[in-house]
Design a protein around this ligand. Sequence first.
Ligand SMILES: [Fe+2]
Ligand SMILES: [Fe+2]
Length: 398
Amino acid sequence: MALKLNTNGPFLQSQKLSSFALPPMANNLSLRSPKFVMASTLRSGSKEVENGRKPFMPPREVHVQVTHSMPPQKIEIFKSLDEWAEQNILVHLKPVEKCWQPQDFLPDPSSEGFEEQVNELRERAKEIPDDYFVVLVGDMITEEALPTYQTMLNTLDGVRDETGASLTSWAIWTRAWTAEENRHGDLLNKYLYLSGRVDMRQIEKTIQYLIGSGMDPRTENSPYLGFIYTSFQERATFVSHGNTARLAKERGDLKLAQLCGTIASDEKRHETAYTKIVEKLFEIDPNGTVLAFADMMRKKISMPAHLMYDGKDDNLFENFSAVAQRLGVYTARDYADILEFLVGRWKIEELTGLSGEGQKAQDYVCGLPPRIRRLEERAQGRAKEARNIPSAGFTTGK
Ligand SMILES: [Fe+2]
Ligand SMILES: [Fe+2]
């Protein structure tokens, strides 16, 4: 497949370009890893508007949307766990007064030294390569689509916030989790704005499109599927923010490293909470939970921002993912590592007393990480081969 050649980076202020197109080498590395094949968008041929889309209706999901797949009687499990959640899950929230705020990591606009602090920030940012900013922008856009993630949690039967201010532990968790998460996009957004390195208007449009498109992570209103999904995602964001912290440190920008590392530590705390919920489900209902785990992994964990669109580039998310992969911020190997971590965390291999179907699900998830790694190595090999053939410079190597 021929890929669009555009040597300009996406969202970068220096080029003032709107597209998320990448240098040719990056396109070569656009591996169809498990993570990337999830970009299930409809390439609509409709003539309704330019780009084949309604102006506020970005790509739609192509898969069948399944709802309420959890048997209604299982809702009782979550109702009966309310007190358990209060004692075991809400403790992973931090009191607001003890939380960091974006302002702790940014120049203080009310101080005399504001301009000087901004200049320092911009000087430090000059040492950071464009590719890094592409990934940071992608991370920020993902965080900024937070309304979608709160909506997703509130689709889950038995744990949704029924009133918007419900006093169940599940609802308290979801609201407070959202409030903690809200600082992530806020901090990254303000940092990127001050850095002067990115095209803010284009980014803001992309956020608007992304929130408008929503997402269907295929959790089917089931808290089993939903909490497996969030366990995976919190760890994925922990890994990726941790890697942007590491790369900033390597470039000598310790303040940016601290900013990203602080977000990563929040993600880690959230991962702890969500994996604990699923651990409890394994204790109460091992068969149902292992089936849900296998189901979620068969469908693959779609990235929250996989419907990312900027009004022009149909492959925006794939291109962002390719840069993240190339920089080592979030790779197909990370996907396998996260899965392997969860298999160990929930002691899947040790589950006993499963039904025949449950045993199959157990075997499937336990064998999946090495399978993904093998596929990944093969894809890497193919990408390498393609790079060695000069005339194949603009093909995917597939
Ligand atoms: Fe976050
Ligand atoms: Fe998170």
